[in-house]
Design a binder for this molecule. Structure first.
Ligand code: URA
Length: 214
């Protein structure tokens, strides 16, 4: 784990994460392998982002004796997927947190302006009571993530984290300026954005690579 110079940004430097990410970046990685790797990395990112979940001591019986052991305090969780690529991170996270509720935000980037346009928004009712983890593989311009977190805050949610696979420095700057209270977890911070808002060197369009739509 490496803390970026931005106080609120954590880069998952774990060798397994980096190895899997390297495979995902490569053009000749198949759709099925890309999806599998994304699911595996999301499990590892979920492990990092849930590090500070509260636990409490409970008394249990092992086959040999009574002991006091830790279990999750049981605070409510909500995972928020920014459609459509967010679903790739969501699946692995749900493997690890099967009781979490799930919200979806549909945003697409206007190809000319790169401004996010909302077409879907559905969350559980009690968002204010939940720890919220927003997921989207690519933090590029940051526009979609900023808009999504803004909408989530309107539901009353206060404890929010953002998890992505790859980030551009421009996206990190924009996101942390807009939401300084929201920690960011990523597997890597790449060099820059190109003129079309794609991350360089990046991995291409995450949604297309997950679903084979290009
Ligand atoms: N979205 C993607 O899928 N890839 C990028 O590089 C940027 C945004």
């Amino acid at each position: 784990m490496l803390i970026d110079m931005h106080a609120n940004v954590t880069v998952a430097e774990h060798p397994l994460v980096q190895h899997k990410l390297t495979l995902m970046r490569q053009t000749d990685t198949s759709i099925s392998l890309f999806r599998q790797l994304l699911r595996e990395i999301s499990l590892l990112l979920a492990y990092e982002v849930t590090r500070d979940l509260e636990t409490r001591e409970v008394v249990i019986e092992t086959p040999l004796e009574t002991m006091s052991a830790r279990q999750l305090e049981g605070k409510k969780l909500c995972l928020v997927s920014i459609l459509r690529a967010g679903n790739g991170l969501l699946d692995g996270m749900l493997d690890l947190m099967p009781l979490a509720r799930v919200a979806h935000i549909g945003l697409y980037r206007d190809p000319q302006t790169l401004v996010p346009v909302e077409y879907y928004f559905k969350t559980p009712e009690d968002m204010a009571a939940r720890d919220v983890i927003v997921v989207d593989p690519m933090l590029a311009t940051g526009n979609s993530a900023i808009a999504a977190v803004h909408r989530i805050k309107q539901t009353g949610a206060e404890r929010i984290k953002f998890v992505c696979l790859l980030a551009a420095p421009e996206g990190i700057d924009a996101f942390t300026a807009a939401h300084p209270d929201v920690p960011v977890h990523t597997a890597a911070i790449d060099r820059q954005l190109n003129d079309h808002g794609y991350i360089l060197p990046g991995l291409g369009d995450a949604g297309d690579r997950m679903y084979g739509t290009k």
